[in-house]
Design a protein around this ligand. Structure first.
Ligand code: APR
Length: 323
């Protein structure tokens, strides 16, 4: 059976979840890469042995990558590469320490993608996601339409979930999305949130909507507070899979995710040269369209705050990478 090739760098919680979902849906053959010896190999073998029960012929293989790029040649001919490799924040580690450590990890992944699979579409999951997507782009540039982050898709799913639960309706009938950075200042876009076409502003009082917005913004942290070690991976895994499926099948899904805002759009959004989450269309060619949203005064303020935070971190990364 001939299936497209998807590679996943980082065979941790999110990476394994992505691999499993793609395999269950028989979307691709999946190749996992991880720095911890045997992890990618063991997990891919275990998952592949589950496939007879799902009726899927997706092939899976795992490789341990070394400090000098050992085994990365197996990335070749990937249609999509998902980067989930990264470290979680440990006690005593500042946010900036984490930022630089993950930039180093992204750098080695991106350089090897560029070397072995230069035509792949790249989906970045590693946090801080907007910044890691930017770093990937700066290392691989100029393939801007082939590089995107995943955050907005995940955050929009959380927003839809909370709206549906509050109103007691099916999640299927809630259209809602989140733009901006994938952090505490992300912008759940209330004015365009509808339930069966009805704006939520006509269905819920302001206090309830505000509470949903706050919970959406803190959605990742809420899960970390329960898990204590580790962060969300079920919803992130599915969010990545939905995007990979749209690319492989050329479905032209419209999702929100961090993409490069430059040129006229960059100026309009006040985010020239940054990766920030906006609605996009994704298909075979990667990012096929970036939509221009109109903001009222309050929305523009929220947008400017989130863009400002992305820019602060990007400036740090530029200094760190001597860009
Ligand atoms: N090359 C390849 N893999 C690496 C490297 C590297 N240089 N450095 C770390 N890894 C691997 C780890 O060994 C681990 O298996 O990345 C994996 C990360 O997995 P987890 O720690 O389980 O983290 P996960 O929950 O999957 O989250 C991954 O996504 O949501 C974000 O904030 C999250 O940045 C994190 C990423």
């Amino acid at each position: 059976m001939s299936l497209p090739k998807v590679s996943v760098i980082g065979a941790g919680q999110v990476g394994a979840m992505v691999a499993e979902h793609i395999a269950i849906r028989e979307l691709a053959d999946i190749y996992l890469f991880d720095v911890v010896d045997g992890v990618a190999k063991g997990k891919s073998l275990d998952m592949m042995e589950a496939m007879p029960h799902w009726g899927s012929d997706s092939f899976m293989e795992g490789y341990t990558v070394g400090p000098n790029g050992e085994n990365y040649e197996n990335l070749k001919n990937s249609e999509v590469v998902v980067i989930t490799a990264g470290l979680a924040r440990k006690p005593g580690m500042s946010r900036d320490d984490l930022l630089y450590k993950n930039v180093d990890i992204i750098k080695s992944a991106a350089e090897n993608i560029k070397k072995y699979s230069p035509d792949a579409t790249i989906l970045v999951v590693t946090n801080p996601m907007d910044i890691m997507t930017y770093a990937t782009y700066r290392i691989i540039s100029p393939k801007k339409h082939k590089i995107m982050g995943m955050g907005g898709t995940l955050d929009s799913g959380r927003f839809r979930t909370f709206v549906a639960k509050e109103l007691g309706v099916s999640v299927e009938d809630v259209v809602a999305f989140v733009i901006g950075g994938h952090g505490d200042d992300m912008v759940p876009f209330v004015r365009y949130c509808t339930v069966g076409g009805i704006p939520i502003t006509e269905l819920l009082p302001k206090e309830k909507i505000d509470a949903i917005v706050t919970r959406t913004r803190g959605g990742g942290g809420e899960i970390v507070s329960y898990l204590k070690t580790g962060s969300a991976y079920y919803a992130p895994g599915v969010s990545v899979t939905v995007m990979v499926e749209s690319i492989l099948k050329d479905k032209k899904r419209v999702v929100t995710s961090p993409v490069l805002l430059d040129g006229e759009l960059g100026k309009y959004y006040g985010a020239d040269g940054l990766f920030v989450g906006v609605p996009i269309k994704i298909g075979k060619s990667g990012v096929e369209q970036i939509y221009k949203m109109s903001f009222n005064e309050d929305e523009r303020k929220l947008w400017d705050v989130t863009v400002g935070h992305v820019k602060e971190s990007v400036d740090k990364v530029n200094a760190y990478l001597h860009l």
